[in-house]
Ligand binder design. Structure first.
Ligand SMILES: *Cc1c(COP(=O)(O)O)cnc(C)c1O
Ligand SMILES: [Zn+2]
Length: 435
């Protein structure tokens, strides 16, 4: 462990570190006020450009890791938004999720080190809180009255929850087929909820039109450059956690691998994986991390546009007609596909596809460890099982899988992963018969 490190008070943590945006397709750079969403020339996703020199001059890693802030806001010095406030509300509880050691599953798979970062512990029970918290901070900064998003459910629940926390108005467009628990969250958080008789992709395009028409600020995943900045905080947490873990292991005489961590991420639009890649790239650029982790994306076979592109050796995404039980990653045309391909290609990773059957098996495998994942949440673990079978992951590789969402989000799917409970008459004889 680091010994007590002098923690500087950081009043103005934003400084002028937010330099603007760079298009991920044509590399054109824009100033912060010049564009809002995607590249005006080619529609490419925009990367937020940070002033690494300015950050390095002001901060050392310890200035972040010693902060008494148990949320993603501990990384404010690396975020392009000001502090949104909201002390004592759920927006201050986004991120900083626990990492569990999966000893029994590691043994079963023949791995030495296997961990799971449980994103279902976020305030609205999915990874999406990270993106929504940062977008809400941006909305507050630019004085947006209404924030709107298209969502398969979780992004909307996260935007509704984070907005509710600080009294921001939110409008959510979701496909009417979204699981009822997710729709219930949207409604209970007090967002204006509009269910679209169509797919997520149709809701996505409609949301952009509505935002233009009514002057709303649009959070759409990948379309808004700040979603990836929020999602990168998971990478920052993994970096901080793994450094500590390695120190702890060394102190306790456990072997520590030189091989970088392999991280498994389930992929729909591709924004979690590209956001995490950005987080790791920021750390490398700052000189705060030595080796880039290997990032492996996992898609459902029935919704695999990004995996298809990766294996075809291109960043050009051909839409599919998505069909999978994992509703959160059911996407015809991924909105962050190019950067998602790069996240795996640029880190020595790959893409894996899994069937709905394997996803249900993954839910059933994680449950007995006390981890309750929705289908898209368990998908990363299903990918690991495949990767071990194909020797993409070797025994000594340290591995971390994400669980991106809670099983409570979709209990219908959960019930398909397990055998039904027997129903009996209230007698001892009846118990004996079924035991
Ligand atoms: C959104 C989501 C994903 C995938 O994230 P993308 O950015 O769309 O790739 C995975 N799991 C869950 C639970 C999600 O809600
Ligand atoms: Zn461009």
């Amino acid at each position: 462990m680091h010994l007590a490190v002098f923690c500087r008070v950081m009043k103005e943590m934003r400084m002028d570190k937010f330099k603007g945006y760079r298009c991920s397709l044509c590399n054109t750079e824009y100033l912060p006020g010049q564009v809002t969403y995607t590249c005006p020339q080619d529609g490419g996703n925009l990367d937020v450009v940070l002033d690494y020199d300015a950050i390095r001059q002001k901060f050392q890693p310890e200035d972040l890791t010693c902060r008494a802030e148990d949320s993603l806001w501990r990384y404010l010095p690396l975020l392009p938004v000001p502090d949104p406030g909201g002390e004592g509300t759920p927006i201050r509880a986004a991120g900083w999720t626990p990492v569990f050691t999966l000893t029994r599953l590691a043994e079963k798979l023949g791995l030495e080190h296997l961990w799971l970062k449980d994103e279902s512990r976020n305030p609205t029970a999915s990874f999406k809180d990270r993106a929504s918290a940062v977008v809400v901070a941006r909305a507050r900064e630019i004085g947006a009255e209404v924030v709107v998003t298209a969502s398969t459910g979780n992004a909307g629940a996260a935007l509704a929850g984070m907005s509710a926390a600080i009294g921001q108005k939110a409008v959510i467009f979701a496909p009417k087929s979204a699981p009822p628990a997710k729709v219930a969250q949207l409604l209970v958080f007090g967002a204006k909820v509009i269910l679209v008789d169509g797919t997520y992709d149709e809701a996505f395009d409609l949301t952009i039109k509505a935002a233009q028409e009514f002057g709303w600020y649009c959070r759409n995943t990948g379309y808004n450059p700040f979603t990836a900045e929020g999602k990168k905080t998971a990478a920052l947490e993994i970096w901080e956690w793994y450094n500590q873990k390695k120190e702890w292991m060394t102190e306790h005489g456990e072997s520590v691998s030189d091989v970088p961590l392999t991280v498994f991420v389930s992929v729909g639009d591709g924004n979690i994986i590209s956001g995490m890649h950005k987080g790791f790239k920021d750390l490398l650029a700052l000189g705060w991390m030595e080796k880039m982790p290997r990032i492996i994306g996992v898609q459902a076979e029935g919704s695999a546009a990004i995996a298809n592109a990766f294996h075809a050796g291109t960043e050009k995404i051909i839409p599919v007609s998505a069909k999978t039980i994992a509703d959160s990653i059911s996407v015809d045309l991924p909105r962050d596909g190019g950067r998602a391909v790069r996240a795996a290609r640029g880190t020595g990773g790959t893409y894996i596809q899994v069937s709905d059957e394997e996803i249900l098996q993954a839910i059933a495998a994680l449950g007995p460890l006390g981890i309750f994942a929705e289908p898209a949440g368990a998908t990363a673990y299903a990918g690991l099982v495949r990767a071990v079978g194909q020797e993409i992951v070797k025994a000594g590789d340290p591995v971390l899988v994400l669980n991106t969402g809670s099983g409570l989000k979709d209990v219908r799917a959960a019930m398909q992963a397990v055998a039904a409970a027997p129903v009996i008459e209230p007698t001892l004889e009846a118990i004996k018969r079924i035991l």
